[in-house]
Design a binder for this molecule. Structure first.
Ligand code: C2E
Ligand code: MG
Ligand code: MG
Ligand code: MG
Length: 291
């Protein structure tokens, strides 16, 4: 059904895109076809709650295994999707897949959350809120299990409109996180007005914080500031045990990164969860129910 909108969207949008750039045009055409033929896939990366050591949820990251060119990274095709309007069916597809996966997860743990990345374009789409609510409904999923990640830069585009859309989503129980925090130019006074639950510290500050005192200082200060403002804090790009230890000592709430697990296809992720966390998680659920 969402494929129906593709032609209109792809041709209507983007006065800036150079129509003579054959590379970009091919990428756009290929992406449109890939969405239509259901050739995209979703990888999921676990997030760990640091105090309990338990998995708290997953971030969904889109993958495009391009037939001729091999895998194309999202940093390359997401901007094209944003400029051509293809981001709308793409986000809808990601959300649908992520919620379907979440339904499957219910057998393991029905409290795990799923985060998806959304673009500024989605926040300007008048049908976005309705799409999200319809998909939650279709998958019989509680809104509280869905987190939407938006970069601070995206949230700063058309701030009033973003504020309105994010507030309405939040009123429905959906959680919001600010992604790549520290890399944009958002003002804290504006951010503070957004109905945000969680801040994700960009991996550039986290990856080498065990070797770089400046980075460690930035992360510590961000954790404290965000806590004072009432936000949960998740660190991205955790690649070593020593960074994980440091974050735990700082009181950071959550962690995500290769050290815990790379983003994995659905079946591999369920295996990973089985091996690393299922016993612990079930035990924890039992204790929770007993108390
Ligand atoms: P992001 O949302 O900040 O996602 C985190 C990125 O860091 C992912 O890259 C992930 O694979 C990578 N990563 C995770 N752990 C580590 C680590 O320990 N070290 C390092 N160096 N990297 C790590 P990926 O999957 O290539 O995605 C890049 C960006 O593309 C995402 O950044 C997000 O902004 C965008 N993106 C991905 N999927 C979607 C999507 O479905 N919709 C939209 N709108 N954007 C997406
Ligand atoms: Mg993200
Ligand atoms: Mg990020
Ligand atoms: Mg990013």
């Amino acid at each position: 059904d969402h494929a129906g909108n593709l032609d209109t969207f792809a041709t209507m949008y983007d006065p800036v895109m150079n129509p003579y750039s054959p590379d970009r045009l091919t990428l756009m055409t290929d992406l449109r076809e890939a969405i239509r033929r259901n050739e995209l896939s979703l990888h999921l990366q676990p997030q760990r709650h640091l105090e309990s050591g338990l998995v708290s949820g997953f971030e969904a990251l889109v993958r495009w295994p391009h037939g001729r060119r091999g895998p194309i990274p999202p940093d390359e095709f997401i901007p094209v999707a944003e400029r051509t309007g293809l981001i709308r069916p793409l986000t809808r597809w990601v959300l649908d897949e992520a919620l379907r996966f979440c339904e499957r997860l219910n057998e393991v743990d029905d409290s795990l959350t799923v985060s998806i990345n959304i673009s500024a374009v989605n926040l300007r789409d008048p049908e976005f809120i309705r799409d999200v609510l319809n998909l939650l409904d279709a998958h019989r999923m509680a809104a509280t299990r869905l987190k939407l990640e938006v970069t601070e830069t995206a949230a700063m585009e058309e701030p009033l409109r973003s504020l309105a859309v994010l507030s309405e989503l939040r009123d429905h129980g959906i959680s919001l996180s600010i992604d790549d925090f520290g890399t944009g130019h958002s003002s804290l006074s504006y951010l503070r007005r957004l109905p945000v639950d969680e801040i994700k510290i960009d991996r550039s500050f986290v990856m080498y914080m065990d070797a770089n005192e400046g980075d460690a200082t930035i992360v510590r200060a961000t954790v404290n500031l965000c806590h004072d403002l009432g936000y949960q804090v998740v660190a991205e790009g955790v690649e070593t045990q020593s960074v994980l230890d440091q974050l735990t000592a700082m009181g950071c709430d959550g962690a995500q990164g290769y050290y815990l697990s790379a983003p994995l296809p659905e079946d591999q992720l369920l295996e990973w969860l089985e091996q690393h966390h299922r016993g612990k998680q079930l035990l924890h659920q039992k204790t929770r129910r007993a108390t």
